[in-house]
Ligand binder design. Structure first.
Ligand code: PNS
Length: 159
């Protein structure tokens, strides 16, 4: 039987516990969830794609059901390359909705066969974003519990 492949794209700069929560939920929807780190990120990332990939691998391990890739160009082209029929995005507050809706509709126009699904992380992560985590870590605040321990250590080292 054909395997259901989901694509979980993002900047993951860095990976948070919210991302991991979404990943575990996505895992229930698909046989394989490809985590895809965007390469051409205009947000001036703190960590290189290699570092981000390493951080994810440290947590996720070498599970064939959870490959870690990076991509440039259109998300839907990459989705087609890895034969994904689902794009998974985490949805937190209402403020995420507008941007996510625009992306989902644009992606659907570009590739009608690929469905975007939105998943909600546990409430305790509903305010957690990579951007805020970086800001808190930079200002020497404690991010314990918001990111995996290995990510917390890397953030400390970086700042
Ligand atoms: O974690 P992020 O930064 O919110 O992820 C955004 C991402 C990587 C999903 C988005 O920027 C993206 O899909 N980039 C690829 C370029 C693309 O396909 N653009 C058109 C989408 S409407």
């Amino acid at each position: 039987m054909a395997q259901r492949v989901a694509l979980y794209p993002g900047s993951f700069d860095p990976l948070t516990n919210g991302h991991l929560d979404i990943l575990s939920r996505a895992r229930r929807l698909a046989d394989r969830v490809v985590m895809a780190i965007v390469e051409n990120d205009s947000k001036e990332p703190l960590f290189s794609v290699e570092e981000r990939s390493e951080m994810i691998r440290e947590i996720v391990g070498d599970d064939p059901a959870l490959p870690i890739r990076s991509f440039s160009g259109l998300l839907v082209d990459f989705a087609q390359e890895v034969e994904a029929t689902l794009i998974v995005r985490g949805l937190r507050a209402v403020s995420d909705y507008e941007y996510e809706l625009q992306m989902a509709l644009m992606n659907r126009r570009l590739a009608p066969g690929i469905e975007t699904v939105f998943l909600m992380a546990k409430e305790e992560y509903s305010y957690v974003s990579s951007r805020l985590v970086k800001e808190v870590a930079k200002l020497k605040g404690d991010v314990t519990g918001l990111v995996p321990n290995s990510v917390r250590i890397r953030l400390q080292q970086r700042f």
